[in-house]
Design a protein around this ligand. Structure first.
Ligand SMILES: Cc1cc2nc3c(=O)[nH]c(=O)nc-3n(C[C@H](O)[C@H](O)[C@H](O)COP(=O)(O)O)c2cc1C
Length: 399
């Protein structure tokens, strides 16, 4: 698969010992308690296939908007596709109203399209929070309760576990995670995942793992998963040790690095094997990724090439690839051209070390959170907000 080399263990006495027991989500047992974070535009069947080839875990698809799903829009049906060998089939729903949530979950259950459903309450993008959705929603705690309990009720018809993924809150003055965690638990979710940032932080600064520990301690009776700034297997081990979580959720750290799931599995099994791919493995993986995107986009090679472009910088982070070649790769038009461009690289170049490690993907600075008028005035919906919620669901991309 790719070059592997040793790296220091967390501690010597941990060698050979599993770090955690398997993660139990209702009837599902996830042997390696690692979750691929849902990432819109990234975690499609092609990328999940690459990750799954390296290690165990739960691989969540890109978020799908409940309303778009119920309306059977082709893009939504594409998003919830799974390969025949993908078990469990995990779908993330975004919704702002209980009725549409109920219809979407019922559709997934009755048509046997999912084994696990995650609800997105973490998205910070303005187009979503402006309508009261994503990370803005748990503030309206009764609306949150109603969405979660509707999803749990509909999913329970087929014993399908529902989980919730959320942020700390809107900002430091409007933290919601503990109350929302308890409400979700009481509504019957199988687990709660916390990204240790507020909406205001977006992707800036560092994820607050102490909040993850606080949530873990506040919810002793259900699994709590920690999310934010896991860039290596060592980070995952550290998060487990510092917070006591039952599993980790990994997003940006695996962009351009599906082999991270191999490292994570090894670390969770107490082994010190780590992938250290050279240029040749990276090129082969990038090509395979691009190839698998073609059937994902129903044979549309152009769409597949447009999609693969965003992965190029992640795959080659830290590798000596000249700026001219990088520019050509991010404007690639065909599979043949991609092969030709990658063929120009010296395939004997090895792993560049630290330059390929560390943060990758979205970062930036804190951002004003765009909210509906008077949203923060009360945790209850006012009449205008209730009307807006009814009409609010937008077809949107995640975050
Ligand atoms: C490109 C991108 C798309 C994302 N899309 C979603 C999404 O659809 N649903 C969701 O709950 N979170 C989404 N997120 C947030 C991630 O799931 C995760 O919570 C966040 O990146 C923090 O984890 P990390 O530090 O491991 O990246 C997205 C993040 C990125 C970078």
């Amino acid at each position: 698969m790719s070059e592997a080399a040793g790296s220091p263990r967390a501690t010597d006495e941990d060698a050979g010992q599993p770090l955690l027991p398997p993660l139990t989500l209702g009837p599902i047992t996830v042997e390696t308690p690692v979750v691929l974070a849902p990432m819109a535009g990234i975690t499609n069947t092609a990328f999940r296939r690459l990750c799954r080839d390296y290690g165990g875990g739960l691989y969540v698809n890109e978020m799908v908007t409940a309303r778009a799903l119920v309306e059977r829009r082709p893009e939504s049906l594409r998003i919830i596709k799974h390969e025949p060998d993908e078990v469990p089939r995990s779908v993330q729903l975004y919704s702002v109203d209980p009725v549409t949530t109920g219809h979407a979950v019922r559709m997934l259950v009755e048509e046997d399209r999912a084994d696990h459903i995650d609800l997105n309450f973490g998205c910070p993008v303005p187009k979503v929070t402006r309508k009261g959705g994503g990370s803005a929603l748990p503030w309206k705690i009764r609306l949150f309760e109603s969405i979660v309990s509707t999803a749990v009720r509909e999913a329970s018809r087929n014993n399908i576990p529902v989980t919730v993924k959320m942020r700390k809150g809107i900002d430091e003055d409007h933290l919601t995670y503990i109350e929302a965690g308890k409400v979700a638990r009481d509504a019957g979710v199988a687990a709660v995942a916390l990204h240790g940032r507020t909406a205001r932080q977006h992707y800036s600064g560092q994820a607050d793992w102490s909040a993850i520990k606080t949530l873990r301690d506040s919810l002793p009776d259900i699994p709590v998963l920690g999310n934010g700034d896991i860039w290596s297997a060592e980070d995952a081990v550290r998060m487990v040790k510092e917070t006591g979580v039952d599993g980790v959720v990994v997003g940006r750290g695996c962009q351009g690095r599906p082999w991270l799931f191999g490292d994570l599995q090894a670390a969770f099994e107490g082994r010190d094997a780590r992938h250290r791919p050279g240029v040749s493995t990276v090129c082969q993986t990038l090509l395979r990724h691009a190839q698998m995107l073609i059937p994902y986009f129903d044979g549309d090679e152009h769409k597949a090439m447009q999609d693969i472009r965003k992965h190029v910088a992640w795959y080659f982070k830290g590798y000596p690839v000249g700026s001219q070649l990088r520019t050509q790769l991010v404007t690639v038009e065909t599979m043949a051209q991609l092969e030709e461009l990658l063929g120009q690289l010296d395939q004997s170049i090895g792993y560049p070390g630290d330059a390929a490690e560390g943060p990758r993907g979205r970062a930036g600075s804190p951002k004003k959170v765009h909210l509906p008028e008077d949203w923060l005035a009360s945790q209850e919906l006012n009449e205008d907000q209730r009307e807006m919620i009814k009409a609010a669901e937008v077809d949107t991309s995640g975050g």
